[in-house]
Ligand binder design. Structure first.
Ligand code: FAD
Length: 427
């Protein structure tokens, strides 16, 4: 009995579904990471994974590294991860040999998936020599709601939540980063190369440090020749890859590295030794401008309510999108049937979206649609079929008739807003 193999059907489904965000983690847990193209199946027969060669690049295309460098690096990473998953190690680096500084975007006060990938990249750099590990120092601006900073691979945490850093304040933030540079002299600076975050700050930092940054970085390889690192970065408007030695300032894309899963790091709070000088700002943040979510392009939308063939009450769907202040999206069937305009189509032949929350209403989850939402942080499925692929892909599924669920959701949101208004009026 004790030798019986216990199967977890959900994990096995994720292991088969290369588009699932937890795919790599689950492969590692099942001992089927890139390291092993073979494993023992539940019936005792050896199973082979023909997809184990190569990896998915930032554009969603499969890439095969014929030099073998990436495969070897990934294999050893995955082996280490596989071994550590069960142990869930607690890591506190007392005297780091050097510091790798990371400035996450913390959009909406939380680590984005790109932030986590960049922290994963930082860990690869910090942990390259186990005898002389470095520390990952994260610099966070403004208030945040994140409670898993150590789990994301952070050893030292510099949290600067002064009012001076609120809103769009690149000059004040740059002054703080220069103070970090003086105090810790990081060996590397890593920022997400994201349009509304690190891309701007990272380029400013590189200019002030007199460094030529690597931008659009999506892969890191150990340079066997001189013991350093080589990076691959998107260039020529995303049409080609540029390989170069890794510079000090790195602006990295989503999927540049595996996020940290296997360990909890100390995330020890640290402070700047000296008070920051007052910066004379030539930029004034006039505050956020309310925009019509319907006018936001799908590629930039943070919150998308997408409609498919399962939507029968179109009036109810449009009303829900307005009340929830969501950007509207659609499956190809909804577009082909004339219910939604062509520029709202999500998927392989529509727009690839990167929303923080993607709600799929009456969408079955065809592979062409799933390709377009693979970079979304959280997917919610509203569907009457609990076995459809969208429900399997979703982080949260609500099963039932779409019209009734949207109606109930609208009622709840309106009730919540009314209560908020009443308590504001009473105060
Ligand atoms: C070359 C090619 C490119 C393509 N590109 C794209 C693309 O970019 N984007 C795209 O979306 N598709 C694309 N497609 C089409 C894709 O294959 C699917 O046909 C399409 O995504 C299905 O759309 P759907 O999920 O809305 O419809 P369906 O597959 O018909 O699914 C409807 C869903 O609604 C649910 N449902 C039904 N009634 C209700 C109800 N009352 N309440 C709640 N749920 C309900 C059903 O359970 C089902 O899951 C492409 C196809 C090809 C061949």
């Amino acid at each position: 009995m004790k030798d019986d193999l216990r199967r977890d059907p959900r994990k096995e489904w994720i292991a088969r579904n290369r588009l699932h965000p937890d795919h790599q983690r689950v492969l590692a847990e099942l001992g089927r990471g890139a390291a092993s193209a073979e494993w023992l199946g539940p019936n005792g027969l050896t199973r082979r994974d023909p997809h184990a060669v190569g990896f998915i690049g930032p554009s969603g295309l499969k890439r095969i590294d014929r030099s073998g460098t990436q495969q070897a690096a990934t294999a050893s990473d995955t082996r280490q991860r596989g071994a550590a998953v069960d142990a869930r190690k607690w890591i506190d680096i007392e005297t780091p040999a050097f510091v790798v500084a990371v400035v996450p975007d913390m959009s909406a006060g939380r680590l984005s998936s790109q932030d986590r990938d960049v922290l994963g990249l930082a860990r690869r750099l910090a942990d390259a020599d186990p005898q002389r590990p470095g520390a990952v120092l994260a610099v966070l601006f403004g208030e945040h709601k994140e409670d898993s900073l150590g789990e994301a691979g952070i050893d030292r945490l510099l949290h600067l939540d002064d009012d001076a850093f609120a809103g769009y304040t690149p000059e004040a933030r740059l002054a703080a980063l220069l103070a970090v540079e003086r105090q810790w002299a990081p060996r590397y600076w890593l920022l997400p190369d994201s349009a509304l975050g690190g891309a701007d700050l990272g380029r400013r930092l590189a200019a002030r440090l007199g460094e030529r940054p690597a931008t659009g970085v999506w892969q890191l390889n150990a340079d066997a020749g001189n013991g350093g690192w080589q990076c691959l970065a998107r260039g020529a408007a995303g049409t080609s890859d540029i390989q170069r030695p890794l510079p000090r300032v790195v602006l990295a894309l989503a999927e540049c590295a595996e996020p940290v899963y296997e360990a909890r790091h100390a995330a020890r709070p640290v402070e700047l030794a000296q008070k920051l000088p007052e910066t004379l700002s030539r930029i004034r943040d006039m505050g956020a401008v309310a925009v019509d979510p319907a006018g936001v392009s799908l590629a930039e939308a943070e919150f998308i309510l997408s409609a498919g063939n399962g939507v029968k009450n179109w009036e109810g769907y449009h009303r829900a999108a307005e009340v929830l202040q969501a950007t509207k999206g659609a499956s190809r069937v909804a577009v082909d049937d004339g219910f939604m305009p062509r520029d709202r189509q999500v998927g392989a032949t529509g727009t690839w979206v990167t929303a923080r929350v993607y709600v799929a209403v009456g969408i079955s989850g065809a592979i062409q649609h799933l390709q377009g939402i693979q970079s979304c942080d959280k997917v919610v499925a509203i569907n009457s079929d609990g076995g459809c692929d969208m429900v399997k892909r979703a982080d949260l599924a609500v099963l039932g008739d779409a019209s009734q669920i949207l109606e109930a959701l609208v009622a709840l949101v309106e009730q919540y807003r009314q209560q908020q208004q009443e308590s504001r009026d009473a105060a």
